[in-house]
Design a protein around this ligand. Structure first.
Ligand code: FE2
Ligand code: FE2
Length: 133
């Protein structure tokens, strides 16, 4: 479900490594769901995914801010929107309001792929020109 492809590369080592980890955790969640694992097991993986997403967004935002990336505000707004959605889902999931679903994971995959291939790749030439690795 979540598979890394070279076309996702932003050619910045630290960012690519984090993106790969995000895909790996999301895939763990998908595998756990397909295997019919308990809500507790899925909640723990989801928690790791939320935490790592925060770590990753903070990393990108630090790089963009540090180098005065001109499209920082729009990029951060995308991060904030996804973070809010995922936190809402996490809360609903924990309260038993919603179940883990293929649709949710598909939404997450589409969001990740679109964001990485769009907004993330957009900052790539700018940050690489500043020798960010
Ligand atoms: Fe990213
Ligand atoms: Fe990003």
């Amino acid at each position: 479900m979540f598979e890394w492809h070279n076309e996702f590369s932003v050619q910045i080592g630290s960012v690519d490594a984090q993106h790969k980890t995000l895909f790996a955790i999301a895939n763990e969640l998908y595998t756990a769901m397909m295997a019919g694992h308990s809500k507790l097991v899925m909640a723990r993986i989801l928690d790791r995914l939320v935490q790592y997403t925060k770590v990753h967004f903070a990393h990108e935002e630090r790089l963009m801010r540090q180098h005065h990336y001109p499209e920082f505000a729009a990029h951060k707004a995308e991060h904030d929107a996804l973070t809010a959605k995922v936190l809402k889902f996490q809360a609903d999931f924990q309260e038993g309001q919603v179940a883990m679903s293929v649709q949710l994971l598909q939404f997450l995959r589409t969001w990740l792929e679109t964001h990485i291939k769009g907004s993330d790749q957009k900052y790539s030439p700018f940050l690489r020109a500043k020798a960010v690795a």
